[in-house]
Design a binder for this molecule. Structure first.
Ligand code: NAD
Length: 363
């Protein structure tokens, strides 16, 4: 029996996870996958009930699961909560507790959405790249951190730190992913300014010697940001640290037309993973039923492929999503004006229905 823990979270989280669960249920029956699911409170929803964004019961359910499906957490109401109890802290803690150090963020452009990108269609059409972000160390976890008074002046400070083994394991994952794809890996750092990046580059170079077939290149993060919007198709796999990956993957998100289209995976060293859309809880549209559920539905597909070894069911979902797009269905976030009369703008549940229908008619 395969067990998936589901964390709907906050904001649009419950709306999009609901649609993703309908899709998971459908492939579960159609492909006889034997998956059971159990839902747990997480983030702001858990803070409201248990005064803790990551209660013990939720953490244990995640530990015992074969995979985790997450919506999104956070929202303005929680910005006043004590820092340690904010939903985003719960997320950082969960990733850290489960040692989910490798964050995979594919940026692919469905041809139908080339007009929704802010770049010219010829620059992005056919884009297929993967950003691999280190997720459990670096600036977001480094100590010391805090806000304190020094000589009568308040200062805020954080620490960017990477150990050699931490760099080595993410680099290795990067080379392995590159081997399964176009055999090109670009490591992004800021070696001209940061000592932590000096070590990063040295270790990546060393690991690279074990993968002679992979063409390794390096970019400073500022140049990487420029290249990403200048000529994104030059990239196959990018490997980078926590904060650089956070920013670059959001930029890559816009290349694909919408943050509402992008799934992600965070894996431990055994392949167990947490799957979630790249976007946040979108408080500006929460409760309106208009959020795009496709990133979460595609996260289910990644979960089936990378943690549950069910590539047939994953392919079926990917095909259904492609069908839905080529049939003209769009949530408001991907309905570029230039698409004109060819498209039909749908809400969250109608998009879920469209994917289910496409799955049905394919089987
Ligand atoms: P966001 O991703 O929530 O929203 C950015 C913009 O994209 C908004 O205009 C939103 O309406 C739109 N958007 C996002 N997802 C969409 C979808 N599925 N369909 C249609 N439009 C969508 O980022 P933000 O506004 O910076 O953050 C909001 C909250 O989410 C904050 O509390 C933040 O901390 C949290 N957050 C959580 C996660 C996570 O759970 N992994 C990630 C990022 C941000």
């Amino acid at each position: 029996m395969t067990n998936v823990t589901v964390l709907a979270g906050d904001g649009i989280g419950p709306e999009i996870v609901h649609e993703a669960m309908r899709v998971l249920d459908a492939v579960n029956s159609a492909h006889n996958l034997g998956i059971t699911t159990n839902e747990q409170l997480f983030g702001g929803a858990a803070y409201d009930k248990h005064n803790d964004p990551l209660p013990e019961v939720t953490l244990n359910a995640c530990r015992e699961a074969d995979a985790i499906l997450l919506g999104s957490v956070g929202g303005p109401v929680y910005d006043q909560a004590p820092r340690q109890l904010r939903p985003e802290r719960g997320l950082l803690r969960l990733r850290s507790e489960l040692d989910l150090f490798a964050n995979l963020r594919p940026a692919m452009l469905f041809p139908e959405l080339a007009n929704a990108s802010s770049l010219k269609p010829e620059l992005v059409s056919g884009l297929d790249m993967m950003i691999l972000r280190e997720l459990t160390s670096g600036l977001y976890f480094g100590e010391p951190r805090g806000i304190e008074e020094r000589n009568g002046v308040r200062v805020g400070f954080n620490t960017m730190v990477y150990s050699e083994p931490e760099i080595e394991r993410i680099a290795r994952r990067g080379f392995e992913i590159a081997m399964q794809r176009g055999k090109r890996l670009c490591s992004v750092d800021k070696m001209n300014v940061l000592e932590v990046s000096e070590l990063w580059r040295e270790v990546v170079e060393r690991v690279g010697k074990e993968y002679p077939e992979v063409e390794l290149s390096h970019l400073f993060v500022d140049n990487a940001a420029m290249q990403l919007v200048r000529a994104p198709k030059q990239f196959d796999v990018i490997v980078t640290g926590n904060i650089f990956g956070d920013i670059l993957s959001d930029a890559a998100a816009m290349l694909t037309g919408s943050i509402g289209m992008l799934p992600s995976a965070s894996l431990d060293s055994n392949g167990k993973g947490m799957y979630e859309p790249v976007h946040g809880s979108a408080p500006d549209i929460a409760g309106q039923g208009i959020a795009n559920p496709l990133a979460t539905i595609l996260s289910v597909s990644m979960m089936l492929r990378y943690s549950l070894n069910q590539s047939g069911a994953a392919d079926a979902i990917d095909k259904a999503v492609a069908n839905v797009l080529s049939n003209g269905y769009r949530c408001q976030d991907i309905a570029a004006e230039s698409d004109g009369a060819k498209i039909q703008v749908v809400n969250t549940s109608q998009m879920g229905d469209a994917v289910l229908n496409a799955l049905d008619s394919a089987s």
